[in-house]
Design a protein around this ligand. Structure first.
Ligand SMILES: C[S@@+](CC[C@H](N)C(=O)[O-])C[C@H]1O[C@@H](n2cnc3c(N)ncnc32)[C@H](O)[C@@H]1O
Length: 412
């Protein structure tokens, strides 16, 4: 239907995915930098290449890669943590000034005593005594206090953001909020300050590499608009975009990757908007009653899921409706001759595989694009659940998303 090409070269099995500022912060379902880099290099459109868009920016991989090769970029994400990460990762901070600021923080950490902590109100964090012990909360608050006295707060807040999550009682290796059992909590004694310092040191070395390589006069603009509802014309006009490089969600956050739950530690700590209900605002978070799109590629698949369970069918089309509306808006923003590269997975619902790559190609073609190729890659180092339950029953598991599909289209 839409040609798929299996290509081992795109697996990047041995690649270092943490070069430059890519090392700053983990995030669910991060794109491998080498994928964005190679797409920009090998699938750039003919002619003008001055603006790249990522409508689901996440941790900002596409924006960082665009900056590294001197191309302006625009990214948007509804998750405030994603925006903070992307901003910090694309900023050319003065390395030496950061070192001085860090030294000040470190000297204050040496003389820490609990009575130095000014802000002891944690009400913004839901159920905080369930997730943290008190001495950890005070240390986190002290770190925030020291960071607030620096010039480049965001740079240090990105390191703090990871710490806030890692010192909580959340189980390691999970995106969702699961608390450790009591036995593990009793043994859990993280060194909050040391963790923070190690992350700052790691990020400083990433920044040094980034500052050396990335071109100075390049802009990466970060927004919070939702392409499902439209693209603000004062930000992007029809035909402004030369290339889109993105990895959209694969389904709604409740049944696939829970971006909101993963980010809630940070979003609550910093008092960001929608910290508690983010997942319901992301793609597929609403309730659909009927299909807004016309599809040949998914017709049989959707009918089969509907036959198996109508409720699951409605969840799937709620996501696909949003995805379709977003594609419609993104398509308008791309210039004639421009290219789009969508990295998608084909998850299963009720053991029925949903080929999202076909749907992506079909929708873009309906808006004046021509499918070029779909590259199929294995996903060895992507941090995401490799199995899920098709029936939501424990034990009943099938493989999901062991491959990714890079759908490439060109606007006619
Ligand atoms: C697969 S992740 C992107 C990962 C990114 N490529 C990276 O390297 O980190 C998908 C992102 O889409 C965002 N998202 C979901 N629905 C959205 C919407 N309607 N508008 C903008 N962003 C959305 C999520 O918050 C998440 O950050």
């Amino acid at each position: 239907m839409y040609n798929r090409k299996i290509d081992d070269r795109w697996s990047f099995k041995e690649a270092n995915t943490k070069e430059y500022t890519h090392c700053y912060h983990t995030y669910p379902a991060m794109m491998i930098p080498q994928v964005a880099r190679t797409l920009i290099k090998e699938y750039k459109p003919n002619g003008r290449l001055s603006l790249i868009l990522d409508p689901y920016m996440g941790s900002g991989t596409t924006l960082v890669e665009s900056s590294l090769v001197g191309i302006n970029s625009i990214g948007t994400d509804l998750n405030p943590l994603a925006r903070l990460m992307s901003k910090v990762k694309t900023t050319h901070y003065d390395y030496h000034s950061l070192l001085m600021q860090f030294r000040d923080i470190q000297s204050s950490l040496i003389t820490y005593t609990e009575d130095k902590v000014k802000d002891r109100n944690f009400d913004r964090i839901s159920n905080y005594t369930f997730w943290y012990n008190e001495s950890t909360l005070l240390k986190l608050s002290y770190l925030s206090q020291l960071i607030d006295a620096t010039t480049d707060k965001d740079f240090f807040n990105i390191a703090l953001s990871e710490v806030v999550r890692e010192v909580s009682f959340t189980r390691n290796g999970e995106f969702k909020r699961y608390r450790m059992n009591e036995a593990n909590i009793a043994k859990f004694n993280p060194d909050t300050f040391n963790l923070f310092e190690r992350k700052v040191i790691r990020n400083l070395s990433g920044l040094e590499q980034f500052n050396e390589k990335a071109k100075g006069n390049v802009s990466a603009h970060i927004y919070d608009f939702n392409t499902v509802n439209g693209i603000p014309s004062n930000v992007i006009k029809d035909g402004d975009i030369d290339m889109v490089v993105t990895s959209p969600p694969y389904g709604d956050s409740r049944t696939t990757v829970a971006y909101g739950q993963f980010s809630r530690w940070t979003n609550e700590w910093f008092g960001f908007d929608n910290a508690k209900n983010l997942d319901s605002l992301l793609m597929g978070g609403g309730k659909a009653t009927s299909e807004l799109f016309t599809t040949k590629s998914l017709r049989d698949v959707l009918d089969e899921i509907d036959r198996l369970e109508h409720k699951r069918y409605l969840e799937v089309i709620s996501f696909l409706n949003d995805y379709y509306l977003s594609i419609r808006n993104v398509a308008k923003a791309v210039r004639s001759g421009g290219t789009v590269c969508y990295v998608v997975g084909d998850r299963r619902v009720k053991a029925v595989q949903i080929p999202l790559d076909y749907f992506t190609a079909e929708m873009f073609e309906s808006f004046g694009f021509k499918h070029q190729i779909t590259l199929v890659r294995e996903i060895p180092n992507k941090r995401m659940p490799s199995k899920n339950s098709p029936t939501n029953k424990t034990g009943a598991k099938v493989d999901t998303m062991s491959h990714e599909y890079i759908v490439i289209l060109k606007k006619l």
